[in-house]
Write a protein that binds this ligand. Structure first.
Ligand code: ATP
Ligand code: MG
Length: 286
């Protein structure tokens, strides 16, 4: 079978690094060569198109690319008929309303009759319609944050991550409208072979993302506390228990989720665990 799947990714910008890193972790290396639009992948039957993120939804909808990686915000903005396969956990940001710091935001109706600058007019339009707000949308493609300061807009609707850009432009975030992260998208009518390849890629991504969310944990436990400690770190099926050379002690190996990590560590110590080691996991297949 010589079928290749065509993946569209951002050529350069805020998604590029996370995308390349994810693919690398999935065992897929991209060599760009001299051709700046197309690249071949090693480690997977895949061809890669390097595009502006704005163009990815159209390429995938038309089937020029079979699948793509881009920000969910861009998927919504373009509104093309493509399938969102899964979230990828990087390039996390939010799209928010921000206004000058010294202005009081009395709630969403404050936006009525105001001029709002944005590079996401479609998402903003939908939001305004849903909230029955009548406002002027000013679409601009970059440096949206400077528009209130130069008298072009009363508010902005833009991507925020740390809030640093807002701060340096004397703006404050007053309303988070949506959250976004990178997503894997696909054409809705892939043939059987390409669907198979997409499934294989999803399998690899799943293993990588699961591994990122979990840590391998090793600890020493007194045998009389074993049951209590096991209940704190049940692991994938059950923890591994190995005898220690010292009578009455054993070593326990398990997996712990990053989200409850610190809380679990505290409880393990309280329950009598000692010598706790935590190590990263490379891949995780359950
Ligand atoms: P292109 O040249 O490909 O059109 P762009 O200038 O439109 O790029 P970038 O600034 O590279 O876009 O951002 C790409 C995507 O990364 C955004 O659509 C968003 O999903 C995400 N993103 C943008 N800014 C941030 C940020 N500060 N933190 C995290 N994610 C972000
Ligand atoms: Mg863009």
């Amino acid at each position: 079978m010589n079928t290749k799947i065509t993946l569209a990714i951002q050529k350069s910008g805020r998604l590029n690094e996370g995308t390349i890193e994810l693919l690398n972790r999935c065992g897929i290396k991209i060599s760009n060569g001299n051709n700046h639009l197309k690249a071949l992948a090693e480690g997977f039957p895949m061809e890669v198109l390097l595009l502006r993120d704005d163009d990815i939804p159209q390429y995938v909808a038309d089937g020029v690319a079979d699948i793509g990686i881009l920000g969910y915000n861009e998927v919504l903005e373009k509104g093309k008929d493509i399938e969102v396969v899964r979230q990828l956990g990087f390039s996390r940001c939010r799209l928010s309303i921000a206004i000058p710091r010294d202005v009081n935001y009395s709630g969403r109706q404050w936006l009525s009759g105001k001029r709002i600058a944005t590079s996401y007019p479609e998402i903003l339009k939908k939001f305004l319609n849903q909230n029955a707000i009548d406002a002027d949308i000013h679409t601009i493609s970059g440096s949206v944050e400077i528009t209130p300061g130069i008298g072009m807009a009363d508010a902005i609707f833009e991507i925020v991550s740390s809030g640093g850009t807002l701060l340096s432009n004397n703006l404050k975030e007053v309303d988070v409208i949506m959250k976004s992260e990178a997503v894997l998208v696909a054409n809705k009518s892939l043939d059987e072979q390409k669907s198979e390849l997409l499934k294989k890629l999803e399998f690899r991504i799943e293993a990588v993302l699961k591994a990122q969310r979990n840590k391998y944990i090793l600890l020493n436990a007194p045998k009389d506390k074993l049951n209590q400690i096991i209940s704190l770190i049940p692991g994938m099926k059950s923890p591994t228990v190995l005898p220690l050379a010292i009578e009455g002690w054993c070593s326990l190996h398990s997996v712990v989720n990053e989200d409850d990590f610190w809380e679990v560590i505290g409880r393990l110590k309280d329950a009598g665990a000692e010598g706790i080691l935590v190590v990263p996991i490379e891949k995780m297949v359950i």
